[in-house]
Ligand binder design. Structure first.
Ligand code: WT7
Length: 671
């Protein structure tokens, strides 16, 4: 294992009380997925995917080739086919006579609602596509979307897809600086944003961050952005740049409700989504159209057992993350699902808000993150008990390992002890779900994502890339290309190869540690690289370290993800201050002031989600002789453990110094 090995619980702990929950015969009898799916895929993997692509996606030009792996590791799937993702998500359902079916039940945080049918969606997306065209956006241009969770967010993404302009959604919680660097990297022509959105009972602004991000900045080239399209959500006052800024409602009002979707090549870029890697610079993960849409639809149908005519589906993810792309926008809409979109936080105006929505809309499939489940556990089960949750029949989990206790609580309290839980492992890079039980087929085990889906080949290997036997542990790899795999890192082919394909010859290295149990089921054990997972959100230790050292007072910084009961991991930073500032931090008040300053600085550089939970001022950092920070030792400190083997340190007294210094209380924060 590398220096920064995982600190996730050992398999022995996870398995202490494992029992499996076989599917009920009633569920199994009506399930979309049958055990034969595994056999089919195994017998002819590429034929299986070609069948899925033909059955679940409508092509304007049918493909004749399934996979071209000659340019590995850049795959081409269904390459000679043509299609349009927005047509697949919207128009074909209307053409099939389903125009009156509800696509979206929107619920704003203040309680305002909007019901959008597939016919409504077709009109809105068409108008938005015409409006984008009128603003000069053409096929291949990049559009950055920086919006809260609104109907317009879905419409904006689909409008881009409709004209073949790849979108790059930036999570609304990212700062102006983070937005600026993503706009620059993608060389975006247009930004779609809103005046603001509602969060925790109050309007929170978005437009000012865009103004800052696209405005002139010393020493940086002028922004490539020509127009900013602004959705009015809160009615807040916004600064306005004439000629550049355009109201969404004005642009759409004059736009035609008819728009002919552009048929693009299967390998045409559908979107770029930035995610944190092990270096300071976020990676623009590139996804293309045909393979991505195929896997989105296939996984959504089989993993959630979607019955489009009767289910009400709700994925609580924000469109700023890949889960929102694949399981709010493309997967559910391609399958003609009816879904709930909720703008706000789970505890506004009260801690039962989610369960109230499940009852109100009769949600039958719920997909959320372990952090949310653990938070609800903390709030107490009498809160969900106050609502009728009997409509729920499938529960999903994503984003981080789910501990067996949370899994059991989810099953019992939310799922009435009957709804199967699917723990779905995947990544921004994989585009869609890769490892998950199939409801109705798999006997589920609390805490394990278990098996690769039919059509997917995953394995756990040791340092030498040998498959480990059942009962063994190592690294998770994907051994065969899959349709929704990333096609690269935007503008950086070498980094793509280095990051995912250089660790093990011919295998995709996911960055996760994993074990196989005695049945061969896979248990995910957390990241083995410098990537942290906080509330299911990916953060880079290096990126936060760079943010910290960009502040005047910091000489050096090291960041670790410490285990946290609710958020999975929490960001803990160790900083060495520059000379005079070290004195300033020598009193408790002074230290608190510096810590607050640094936390705000990180929020400004990256976004509030990256704020360290704790900042510890230290005199030294533990380093190996080659100068590499030993984060493992810092994690021991952050998790209040006895510090482990420090013999490879260049200076073995450093840990004593750090521990002695930390005997003093230090400020911490909860947000
Ligand atoms: C990383 C990917 C996939 C959408 C949300 C996160 C961790 C994700 C699971 C799971 C254990 C999981 C992995 C992965 N992860 N799902 N079910 N069990 N770990 O996407 O931001 O790209 O992060 O999230 O560590 O590598 P992401």
């Amino acid at each position: 294992m590398p220096e920064n090995e995982t600190t996730a619980p050992s398999l022995e702990n996870l398995l202490h009380e494992t029992r499996a929950f076989p599917p009920s015969p009633a569920f199994a009898a009506q399930a979309n997925a049958q055990a034969s799916l595994y056999e089919e895929a195994k017998a002819d993997r590429l034929g299986f995917w070609a069948d899925q692509a033909r059955e679940l996606v409508t092509w304007s030009t049918p493909f004749t080739q399934t996979l071209d792996w000659s340019g590995a590791p850049v795959a081409k799937w269904f390459a000679d086919g043509k299609l349009n993702a927005a047509y697949n998500a919207v128009d074909r359902h209307v053409e099939a006579g389903l125009g009156d079916r509800v696509a979206i039940h929107f619920e704003g945080e203040p309680g305002d609602t909007r019901t959008v049918t597939y016919a409504d969606l077709q009109r809105e997306v068409s108008r938005a596509a015409n409006a984008l065209t009128a603003l000069g956006v053409t096929q291949g241009d990049r559009v950055v979307i920086y919006l809260p969770m609104l109907v317009e967010s879905v419409v904006a993404m689909l409008a881009c897809a409709r004209i073949g302009a790849p979108h790059s959604v930036v999570f609304g919680g990212f700062s102006a600086d983070a937005l600026r660097s993503r706009i620059a990297d993608a060389e975006a022509k247009l930004v779609i944003t809103a005046d603001g959105g509602y969060r925790r009972g109050a309007p929170s602004a978005l437009k000012p961050a865009v103004d800052e991000a696209v405005g002139p900045k010393d020493g940086e080239p002028a922004s490539t952005v020509e127009h900013v399209l602004v959705v009015r959500r809160t009615g807040q006052d916004v600064a306005w740049t004439e000629g550049r800024d355009v109201w969404w409602h004005d642009a759409l009002e004059h736009a035609d409700t008819f728009h002919e979707p552009v048929a693009v090549d299967a390998e045409h870029p559908l979107f770029i989504l930035y995610t944190s890697g092990t270096t300071g610079k976020p990676k623009g993960i590139l996804h293309t159209t045909g393979g991505y849409l195929t896997q989105a639809a296939y996984t959504h149908k089989n993993v959630f057992d979607l019955k489009a005519e009767s289910d009400v589906y709700w994925c609580t993810a924000d469109i700023g993350w890949v889960t929102g792309h694949t399981y709010v926008v493309y997967g559910p809409l391609a399958n003609g699902a009816t879904q709930v979109i909720y703008e706000g936080t789970p505890d506004t105006p009260h801690r039962g808000r989610w369960w109230e929505l499940v009852e109100k809309y009769q949600v039958s499939i719920l997909y959320t993150a372990p952090t949310a489940i653990r938070t609800c556990m903390k709030w107490g089960e009498d809160i969900p008990a106050g609502f009728d949750l009997s409509s729920l029949r499938v529960l999903g989990s994503v984003g981080e390992p789910i501990n067996p206790e949370a899994w059991m609580w989810y099953r019992r309290v939310i799922g009435g002890d009957t709804a199967p839980i699917v723990d779905t492992w995947w990544q921004t890079e994989t585009g869609g779900i890769m490892i998950s039980p199939l409801p109705g087929v798999t006997a589920t085990k609390p805490g394990s994502a278990q098996v690769a889906l039919p059509g997917i080949v995953a394995d756990v290997v040791d340092d030498e890339a040998h498959s480990v036997p059942d009962g063994g542990g190592g690294y998770l790899v994907l051994s065969e290309p899959w349709p929704s795999m990333l096609r690269g890192i935007w503008g950086d082919l070498q980094r793509f190869k280095d990051t995912y394909w250089s660790r093990f010859e011919g295998l995709y290295f996911a960055g996760d540690g994993a074990k196989k149990d005695e049945d061969g089921d896979i248990w995910l054990l957390g990241r083995v690289d410098d990537v942290m997972n906080v509330s299911g959100h990916r953060l880079s230790t290096t990126e936060i370290e760079s943010a910290l050292v960009s502040h005047d007072v910091v000489a050096e910084a090291a960041v670790v993800g410490a285990n946290d009961e609710t958020t999975g991991q929490a960001v803990v930073a160790f900083v060495i201050l520059r000379g005079e500032h070290a004195d300033r931090a020598s009193t408790p008040e002074g230290a608190e002031e510096v810590q607050a300053e640094l936390r705000n600085h990180v929020a400004k550089e990256i976004g509030p989600i990256a704020k360290p939970r704790r900042i510890l001022v230290v005199p030294e950092l533990p380093k190996t002789r080659s100068g590499k920070i030993m984060r493992r030792l810092l994690r021991d400190v952050a998790e209040n453990r006895t510090v482990g083997d420090a013999t490879t340190l260049a200076d073995s007294s450093v840990m004593d110094l750090i521990s002695a210094g930390l005997a003093k209380p230090s400020a911490s924060s909860e947000d």
